[in-house]
Design a protein around this ligand. Structure first.
Ligand SMILES: Cc1ncc(COP(=O)(O)O)c(C=O)c1O
Length: 466
């Protein structure tokens, strides 16, 4: 008889036995992680630790080393790790025997969350807004936004922007600009047209500044007005007001206002992806608010769940043309995340953390500018609130005619490593991963900011000496 590999008599794989190969501490866990987890894993390659515990901005690994965490779960942990108000909300859920998953059936906890959520939406939007809960990652909310606008407009294409990041599911990846990742996933959604996003340091038009923004707007409007542009009117525009993974590239109010004017004129829904920039990170509750514009669809995830998975879209009710069941997902009823979501929103409002994000961001950026004057390998510094970036460049190469040097992914990675060795966790992103990205919690104190800046300065000094 052919032996069935699932028979009980067969010895199961002994995961415990594969223990550590004599390794201990972080390496014991990393060794096992390498053995069992997918090749697609990413952060552990640059942050090679096993985390034992975490509190506020600090994480401690299994060897007892402490780090300042400026990654914050890729910008999700608005209050840092394990904030007491989050624990309290979780405890309350357990004590009250709340059902933990309800699909989209409502509960008092969900009702409270929706009320709190609508309370933070811009005036003039919230009065006629609808919410759709999504299966709980940002990418699924992006899928929902695209589906919603396609159904509402009866159109099929989407305008996205160079430098964008919207997630890794098929539709979201189609709207994402990073060609290295797209190259491996063929047959993505076809009807996506990428428009130039103003990026002053590496201007797609080779002019930089306001001039580039004007050209970008002119180009986009011309595509829509020219009967021979070859491009059909899209179901939506989708953009990040501050691009995150693309390298913390900040759109100006002037450009955002221009995009809003064009989308209104041509009756095209504007989707703003606030998955990373939203909920106070940029010094406004939503990043688009600085420009005084209001989108038609806002995509929200990460921080909104108060450390637990939650994602949703809110949109103007005239778009609410899809039919029952048009978007679903088993885990869209995560009650505990709604409880922690309410807690995080209330805490942010009560303790004026949006203002703290703005204030601390201004200070950090001022010091970043001082670094830039001191260290030639810093090509550009930018950001808003506590979404900050330092672009590392290769000064051995020639500048563009605008004076910007080529990227230096190797040096950026070396700086990230040296920061890590000194107890500071930062991320890299942007073109060729040459941008150092910092996303500390909105609770950041003066003392913590000082420690972060001190370590960065130490590392930059050590690089300068080489
Ligand atoms: C702006 C933006 N949109 C969408 C996503 C996708 O979210 P998720 O990773 O939860 O699917 C991300 C994730 O980093 C993001 O930064």
């Amino acid at each position: 008889m052919h032996k069935n590999s699932n028979t009980i008599s067969e010895k199961p794989i002994d995961l415990h036995h594969f223990a550590s190969n004599g390794k201990s501490g972080n390496e014991k866990y990393l060794h096992r992680q390498r053995k069992f987890e997918s090749n697609a894993r990413s952060y552990p390659r640059r942050i090679p630790i096993a985390i034992k515990e975490a509190q506020d901005i600090y994480v401690t690994d299994v060897e007892g080393n402490q780090y300042i965490d400026c990654l914050s779960g890729a910008g999700s942990l608005a209050l840092g790790h394990n904030h007491p108000c989050i624990h309290e909300a979780i405890q309350k859920c357990i004590d009250t025997k709340l059902p933990l998953l309800t699909l989209d059936i409502t509960t008092p906890i969900k009702d409270k969350f929706v009320e709190t959520l609508f309370g933070i939406l811009p005036k003039g939007f919230r009065e006629n807004a609808k919410v759709q809960f999504c299966s709980p990652c940002g990418a699924d909310a992006i899928e929902a936004a695209i589906k919603l606008t396609k159904i509402a407009t009866g159109r099929s294409s989407v305008f996205a922007f160079s430098g964008s990041y919207h997630g890794m599911t098929n539709g979201a990846l189609s709207l994402t600009a990073n060609t290295k990742v797209k190259d491996q996933a063929l047959n993505l959604m076809k009807d996506v047209f990428f428009m130039p996003f103003p990026y002053s340091y590496r201007c797609p038009f080779g002019v930089g500044g306001v001039e580039a923004e004007k050209i970008s707007l002119h180009y986009i409007e011309n595509l829509l007005s020219d009967s021979h542009s070859g491009v059909l009117k899209p179901a939506a525009f989708i953009l990040e007001a501050v691009q995150g993974e693309g390298g913390t590239i900040v759109a100006s109010p002037y450009w955002l206002q221009g995009i809003r004017r064009i989308t209104k004129k041509y009756d095209i829904p504007l989707i703003v992806d606030e998955v990373q920039a939203g909920i106070g990170r940029t010094g406004d509750m939503f990043a688009f608010e600085e420009a005084g514009i209001t989108p038609d669809v806002i995509v929200i995830s990460k921080a909104i769940g108060g450390s637990l998975p939650l994602s949703l879209i809110v949109y103007r009710d005239h778009l609410d043309k899809w039919t029952p069941g048009s978007h679903a997902g088993t885990f869209r009823g995560n009650q505990m995340a709604m409880a922690t979501g309410t807690a995080v929103l209330n805490y942010i409002t009560k303790h004026q953390l949006v203002q703290n994000s703005k204030k601390k961001g201004i200070h950090m950026l001022k010091i970043f500018n001082e670094f830039k004057a001191l260290y030639p390998f810093i090509g550009d510094v930018r950001g808003r609130g506590l979404m900050l970036a330092i672009e590392i460049v290769d000064t051995d190469k020639k500048t563009s005619h605008l004076g910007s040097y080529p990227t230096s992914p190797k040096l950026a990675s070396e700086i990230q490593k040296r920061c890590f060795d000194k107890g500071l966790i930062i991320e890299t992103g942007g073109r060729e991963s040459s941008v150092l990205r910092l996303l500390p919690p909105l609770t950041l104190t003066d003392e913590q900011a000082k420690d972060i800046l001190f370590i960065l300065d130490e590392v930059f000094k050590s690089i300068n000496k080489n």
